[in-house]
Design a protein around this ligand. Structure first.
Ligand SMILES: [Fe+2]
Ligand SMILES: [Fe+2]
Length: 167
């Protein structure tokens, strides 16, 4: 599994969670927003984007703009998640219920945009580059452990298998 596949697998988990309403419960939402920020977004920003942007793309300038747009989405998603948590904790139920669908829509659109405009390029990078990026991402995942497992359903055996699978 390479890092594009891994991140799209997480997008798939996110789609299911959003669609089932699992996140409507505040404690689930809080843990999920940690997972989203500390795991998924962190891997994209710290590992995936710097590597992919470094490649010699023909449309490099245009592509950089696409990545910048996606990073701005991340800031918006983080702010929305923090606001939603504080509204709920301060008893502002109406605002929470009103804005939750906006958070879901922003997140789903964002993930689809990444898949449409960024993730499909990854396969044209060198195998060793993709391997190193996957290894670095697994280090982040490793640190999160339990918090991560709840949302991905990925077992430590699965993680170990990804780690051992050189491509
Ligand atoms: Fe993202
Ligand atoms: Fe993503």
């Amino acid at each position: 599994m390479d890092l594009s596949e891994f991140l799209m697998m997480e997008h798939s988990d996110i789609r299911i969670m959003v669609n089932t309403g699992f996140l409507n419960e505040i404690n689930n939402f809080k843990s999920f927003s940690d997972f989203l920020i500390v795991d998924h977004i962190n891997i994209e920003e710290k590992i995936y984007f710097p590597v992919i942007i470094d490649n010699d793309w023909e449309d490099k300038q245009e592509f950089q703009k696409i990545v910048e747009r996606v990073k701005n989405d991340h800031k918006l998603l983080e702010t929305l998640a923090k606001n939603l948590i504080s509204w709920k904790e301060n008893g502002n139920e109406n605002l929470f219920n009103l804005r939750l669908p906006l958070f879901y829509k922003t997140l789903k659109d964002h993930n689809n945009y990444e898949e449409d405009h960024i993730f499909s390029r990854w396969i044209s990078l060198e195998n060793s580059t993709r391997q190193d990026a996957m290894d670095d991402a697994l280090l982040i995942v490793q640190e999160l452990d339990d918090k991560y497992m709840v949302f991905s359903g990925i077992s430590s055996n699965f993680r170990q298998y990804i780690k051992n699978h050189n491509f």
